[in-house]
Design a protein. Sequence first.
Length: 385
Amino acid sequence: MNCPSSMDITPPGDGSRRVPAQRRNKSPLPDVRAEARRLCGRFAASIGDDTTPDELADIVYEAARRWANAGLTHVDAHNALQDALREVIERLAAEPTPALSHQLRMIVAAAVHLPRTVLRAYYPQLQPYLAAPPAAGRALADSVLALGTPAGGGAAGGGGVAGVRIAAAYEVVAVQLRSGAPTVLAPMRRLLHGVRAHRDAVLSVVAESGGTVLIPVAPHEPARELDDLLATAATAADLTLTAAAVRAGVPELPAARQHAHELLDLVEQLGLGPGLYRVGDLAVEHQLAHGGFARDRLAAILDPLDPEPELLVALDRHIRAGGIGTRTAELLGLHPATVTRRMRRIRELTGIEPNDVFGLWRLRAALVARTTRPIDPAPADDHLR
């Protein structure tokens, strides 16, 4: 009979960091396997009707701290403990007693907690992560999001889910992160740690470097406060933040989540760069991205440029430069005269003057319609802001 030992015990967010940064003393390495056998054997011998799985975790935690200080890797510690438990199981099975069934159930239950116990001892900075696993937080956030649907009863805020009071309104933030340097904690964990240090009851449905964050907001709270909060948390965690935020009451949360991710998708498609964006920043782009006859006709304005793709690039840079020819030349790394010729060629092919304010606006709208993927029609969301 084998003890379960197949789970991944690499700290979340960093598959490369598997050992403490440095050995903290120069004493001889302990015989971790012999000590693990003694600890597991002592636990097995003590199993009774009132024994709990946590008892093995308690004695292993202190031993694992010593092993970490001595320079042993957490992988070596985990493997030694699993081998020791396997030996205990084989020894008990070889000389069965009436208590065997209870002993085996207790050993298997205790083994489930060992990887987390070892990580707590080796990486104290993971304590917040291990104390509140992502699955639990995700389930709670999913429950709050479901309150906006008929299945969730249409709660309007002020109630509670799993003992957490639900706010009347949230900033629903679609997030994408880039990390400045690899660390033990995943980028989203680091961002959430900073946000939760300044704001209570923050919920999240996230992966390693992106997802949805629900931040409770007070009535009439300025959007700037959230902007500052996220910017501060991202800077402190050495993260580059690209996000889109939509404020909504509880009944509108599902639509707000969809809307926020549509906005974030637009930001990435248009290459707008890092920052926190809102509906007002992208209202025109969002409207243009919705499919339909008008959008298709608008995108077709630029079809004559297809045989000369350098013109599309020049137009994009000209728009980003605010229609200033010298700035466009700098962005393209070209002589201003070359930019002038390309703008003239764009006018000849499209019939629209790119150096005119109104003409540049029409060309920008056409470029947005052409660049972005059509957004499927969604439920009415005029109440979102």
